[in-house]
Design a protein. Structure first.
Length: 189
């Protein structure tokens, strides 16, 4: 079985985009997918900004992207653009790394006006980086993610239901794109 890599551009695990990433991972695992999380904020900053692909952590991150069957790119939207963390990582990927993979862009933001960041900025970036199958993506308003002071941080039910439909479609797309595994049958003589 392959895997889905969730690339997080969230500044912290408790930020709204971080809560969304945790929810997405749980949902995809519930759909039978193996997920891994790559939090760009955890990569060595100097190596990331210097584009030092010889740094072991940076090289491992690039290898994770290359090995994944599907990619979720999750970012908060700031001033109608994705997180600089996301762009910093994507700039390090060798040409063609995203080709053939299903890629799902997700974003969080404070107003419906931030919705344009997915179709107007994030999807075109992913295509420019060589992705060949970028799904429509999904936007979650910040107010649809409950804060820690409301008990525990979580995606509110209405947003979770809509996101669940998107993730189900994404998981199905990833499964269809995976190479078929044919079991070996021993020859009898």
């Amino acid at each position: 079985m392959g895997s889905i890599l969730i690339i997080s551009g969230s500044p912290s695990p408790s930020a709204r985009a971080g809560v969304l990433v945790r929810h997405v991972s749980d949902e995809l695992r519930g759909l039978g997918e193996h997920t891994r999380l790559l939090s760009v904020r955890d990569l060595p900053t100097v190596s990331l900004l210097a584009e030092d692909t010889t740094d072991p952590a940076i090289a491992a991150a690039i290898d994770e992207v290359a090995a994944a069957d599907g990619i979720v790119v999750a970012s908060p939207v700031y001033r109608a653009a994705y997180s600089g963390l996301i762009k910093s990582l994507l700039d390090l990927l060798p040409s063609g790394t995203l080709a053939g993979k299903a890629v799902l862009p997700l974003a969080t933001g404070g107003t419906q006006g931030h919705l344009v960041a997915i179709d107007g900025v994030l999807r075109p970036l992913l295509f420019a980086m060589g992705a060949t199958k970028v799904l429509a993506g999904h936007f979650v308003l910040d107010q649809m993610i409950a804060d820690e002071h409301e008990g525990h941080a979580h995606v509110r039910p209405l947003a979770a239901a809509a996101l669940g439909e998107v993730l189900t479609g994404f998981a199905e797309t990833v499964r269809r794109r995976r190479p078929a595994v044919v079991p070996l049958v021993p020859l009898t003589g």
